[in-house]
Structures are given as structure tokens and as C-alpha cells.
Design a protein around this ligand. Structure first.
Ligand SMILES: NC(=O)c1ccc[n+]([C@@H]2O[C@H](COP(=O)([O-])OP(=O)(O)OC[C@H]3O[C@@H](n4cnc5c(N)ncnc54)[C@H](O)[C@@H]3O)[C@@H](O)[C@H]2O)c1
Ligand SMILES: [Zn+2]
Length: 314
């Protein structure tokens, strides 16, 4: 079982109570460790423990453990089985589903990786009780995103939700079904699955920039929330999203996520990050945008001037 110091403390005891024979591999928590050097530590420990091709790796943790542990397992000895046991809101509704595995590389997020489904995804909402508040809220960005791109009724429920008091197991369940439904139709992202990238073209650039430059970097969900506001405004300009709807999206997200002044970010560098985005075709920067709540479009080419105007406007 692959853990970090937090899931070792808060989640492993519950898993070990039912699976006492586990061998533990521990890595340090945090996005800054989601790289090939940490994979080398994982592979080394698998070898030290003589893991053969019948071995299975259980990834007990958030999206970092799931993406990287899955990648390490899928490449070790040409691939051993792995099981995702997501322990954050973000990983329960999003990253554990859909088979995307990988690590960051110096030029951008998740640049090295592959698609492979785990044997099983085991979701246990009580693990979420030990999450710090900031991490708990962070996962709500993807919950809002799933509703915005494909589930109008869910958006209706979410916009009035008291996040601190909600039935989180129910919210997680409804949200992960949106993702499951989309990735089953388009597992390798040749079309429809691209709608799940709403907020992520600008959001990933903000996240990568913030990781390099900020004292307290934005978390993935926080960056995606800012990206969704910016891309909702682009949707008004390019796809006919109503201004009232944009205002609603912005005010709902602004209530949950911390404000961050991104006007000080270097827009030239942000554009460079966007050019590295995996959804692009050639040199064109492509977006998934909204026509209305629950209705999305993808492969929308947006030029650099439109992107810069957009970032300035929101
Ligand atoms: N594969 C995909 O489709 C996909 C989709 C979305 C995001 N991601 C990736 O997911 C990552 C973000 O995942 P995340 O938000 O889960 O972050 P994370 O994995 O870094 O976990 C956040 C923090 O919470 C701690 N933690 C985890 N579970 C805990 C628990 N139950 N109690 C207390 N602390 C706990 C972790 O140790 C860490 O410090 C990013 O790398 C992103 O690229 C992947
Ligand atoms: Zn995301």
C-alpha cells in the first residue's frame, strides 16, 4: 500500500484493520513530490520487497498518490495491478475515475503518463473526516465543474448547499456518476471527455505558475475555480453563455474559494503554460466552454489576444 505521512496516520489504520498483511511504502505528501524521482523511490521499494508481477499496489491517498502510484504500478515490470482508494474529496469524485495516471515534469503538469484503469476503485466517504478544511473545499471545484458541464439539476442543488453541513457521501456519489458516465463514453478523450477540461486551460496555467512563484501556492481546485470563472467569461464572449449565468457561477464560486489577485501574474508566462496544454492541436490553444449550464462545447480555438483580454476582465 502506497501512503504519504497523512494517509499513513489517518487512513492506513482503518485499512490495516481489514488487511493486516499489507506492506507499506511511504512517500512525502504534496504536488511538489509528484515527479519521476518519487517514482524511483516507489520502484526501488517494490524491488526491495521483491514484488513480482502478481503483486498489486493499493494507492491510499489523494490525487497525487493515485496518479503517481497508478503510473508507478502500470510501468513496473511492464505493469502490475493497482487499486485506487481515494481519500480526498477531489480524488473520490474525480482523479480516481477515468484511468489517467502520471506525474508532473518541469515543463508542465501531468506531462508524463498513460491511461490505464485500476482493478477497482474503493470509495469510503468516512476517510474525508480528517481532511483539513482547505483540502475539503478544494475538491468542491471538480464537484461544481461536473455540474456545470453536464448536470444542470446538480448545479441547482449545489448553489444552495451548505458545504459544511451537507451529506457529503451523497454529493460525492452524484458527482462521480457524471464523470463515470462521460469517461465510459469516451475513455481516451477523443471528443466528449474534453468537456471535463472546463476551467483547466487557464486553471492549470495558474496552478503551474503559482507553484513556481507563490509563497503559498494555489491548490489544484482553487486554481480550477479561478479558471472556471475566467473560462465562463470566455463562454459569454464566444459561446453565447448568458451574462446572468456567468454572474451566478462567479458568485457561487467566490463564496467557496479564496480570492487571489492574479493580475500580478506574468501573463506571458501563463500563455506559455497554456501552449503546453495536452488538449491543443499544434500551436492553437483550445478550450472546453459552456453554452449554458449543463451544456458544453469543446475544441474551441481561442487566440492569444482573446485569452489576455479575458484574464484582464475577470
Ligand atoms: N487523474 C485525473 O484524472 C486527475 C483529475 C483531477 C486531479 N488530478 C490530480 O490530483 C492531484 C490533486 O489531488 P488532491 O487534491 O487529492 O491532492 P493531494 O493528493 O495532494 O492530497 C491533498 C493533501 O491531503 C492529504 N490527505 C489525503 N487524504 C487525507 C485524509 N483522509 N485526511 C487528512 N489528510 C489527507 C494529503 O496527504 C495531502 O497533503 C493533482 O496532482 C491533480 O493533477 C488528477
Ligand atoms: Zn481538475
Amino acid at each position: 500500500v502506497l501512503v504519504d505521512e497523512h494517509t499513513k496516520q489517518y487512513c492506513l489504520p482503518q485499512l490495516a484493520a481489514v488487511l493486516p498483511e499489507l506492506i507499506t511504502i511511504e512517500i512525502s505528501s504534496g504536488e511538489e513530490h509528484k515527479n519521476i524521482s518519487t517514482c524511483e523511490l516507489i520502484w526501488k521499494q517494490l524491488i526491495d520487497h521483491q514484488a513480482d508481477r502478481q503483486a498489486a499496489l493499493i494507492n491510499l491517498g489523494g490525487g497525487v498518490i493515485g496518479d503517481m502510484g497508478g503510473f508507478a504500478a502500470a510501468t513496473y515490470k511492464r505493469g502490475i495491478a493497482f487499486i485506487q482508494v481515494p481519500t480526498t474529496v477531489l480524488s473520490q469524485v474525480d482523479s480516481s475515475i477515468g484511468g489517467k495516471l502520471g506525474v508532473d515534469f518541469k515543463y508542465g503538469k501531468n506531462l508524463i503518463g498513460l491511461f490505464k484503469d485500476p482493478e477497482l476503485v474503493f470509495i469510503y466517504p468516512p476517510f474525508l473526516q480528517s481532511l483539513p478544511k482547505r483540502q475539503f473545499l478544494n475538491g468542491f471545484a471538480e464537484i461544481f465543474k461536473h455540474a456545470l458541464v453536464n448536470d444542470k439539476e446538480q448545479w441547482g442543488r449545489l448553489k444552495n448547499l451548505d458545504i459544511q453541513k451537507c451529506d457529503i457521501a451523497q454529493v460525492v456519489h452524484d458527482s462521480l456518476l457524471v464523470k463515470k458516465n462521460i469517461v465510459e463514453q469516451d475513455p481516451f478523450e477523443s471528443g466528449l471527455r474534453k468537456i471535463l477540461n472546463f476551467g483547466h486551460t487557464i486553471g492549470h496555467a495558474l496552478e503551474a505558475y503559482s507553484l513556481e512563484h507563490d509563497q503559498e501556492p494555489l491548490l489544484h481546485g482553487e486554481a480550477i475555480a479561478l479558471g472556471m470563472i475566467a473560462e465562463a467569461w470566455l463562454s459569454v464572449q464566444l459561446c453565447g453563455l448568458e451574462i446572468n449565468t456567468f454572474d451566478e457561477i462567479r458568485s457561487v464560486l467566490a463564496l467557496v474559494f479564496p480570492k487571489r489577485d492574479i493580475s500580478v501574474y506574468d501573463t506571458g508566462l501563463l500563455l506559455e503554460y497554456m501552449k503546453m496544454d495536452k488538449k491543443n492541436a499544434g500551436s492553437k490553444i483550445r478550450f472546453a466552454l459552456l453554452k449554458s449550464i449543463g451544456q458544453s462545447v469543446w475544441d474551441i480555438n481561442v487566440n492569444e489576444k482573446q485569452i489576455l483580454d479575458d484574464i484582464e476582465a475577470v
